[in-house]
Design a protein around this ligand. Sequence first.
Ligand SMILES: [Zn+2]
Ligand SMILES: [Zn+2]
Length: 322
Amino acid sequence: MQLKEWFGGSVIHIHTRLENKSAEYQPGEEIQFTLSGLSEYARRFSGNGYMVVVDTDHAALSIHPNWALDQRQEYFFPQNTEKTVKQISEDVRTRAKKIRESESSHVLTGTETDILNSSGMLDVNNDVLSSLDLVIASFHYYPWAANNFVGGEKKHIDLKEILMAYERVAANPHVDVIGHPTTYIQKYNRDVALLPEWEPLFRIMKMAGTAFELNLSTLLRIKEPEEFDLKVIGLAAEHGVNFLLGLDLHNLKMFGSELKSDFVIDEQSAARAFDKNVGKANMNFFYSLKGLIKLLKANGLTREMIVNSSDEKFNKWLESRK
Ligand SMILES: [Zn+2]
Ligand SMILES: [Zn+2]
């Protein structure tokens, strides 16, 4: 089946909490799963009883887990950044340690770290990043604004600055994936006429082996991906860049489930949540994924370019990153 050839490997880019359901619901990012609940859900989803999941929560959520990313801006004001990075790095290290000690061997450690400025600074230090199995670095507007504009106010970010940041991040040997590279590119920078400006980045990614994330949460949520996103993806493919399929899963609602996101899915409730979804959300997901694959193929992608199309391929790629 074609779908499995593209998406038959590890489940990557997931947002979960470690604690069980007695912990408070996290309204900020609407995170619905516990890590073991998601592993159980994925196991049922794959139907083969085994699925590798990679823990990649927002690094910054370690401070005030109930806040959304835009609420923690002051932590990224220049005068606070050093202290914040130190704290977040220690939190990420602790989380990874807990996972290694308590979760089964098919859970890998990782993080989604924020890109803070055009010099490619991240909110987790290299020492901690190098101890993780997989590192996704993403540009989100708010931490960047906090770090670059007085008071974190809304301002124009030049595409050149973002691309410079991506280039530095891609060349950082501790970063494996650039998360949703086009998702938060502002309207005024979403211009196919500016495509050639992306080329130096893709040359660096090709050389460094860094993967470009195909973010399913963005690409499947909207009815059809915009021409701009597809053109950037196509250009990366032309340059021989690696791709990684990432779910960016916060809750099932984002994939069309009627299950409320305050229904916490832990190991015990995963079966019930799965059964409730089989009819609609899971099918929706498959159909939209099928449509997306068609569009990706039309833009020059092949499944061979995807590093997590199978577990075997993913392991090999991870090995090559060490
Ligand atoms: Zn993100
Ligand atoms: Zn994410």
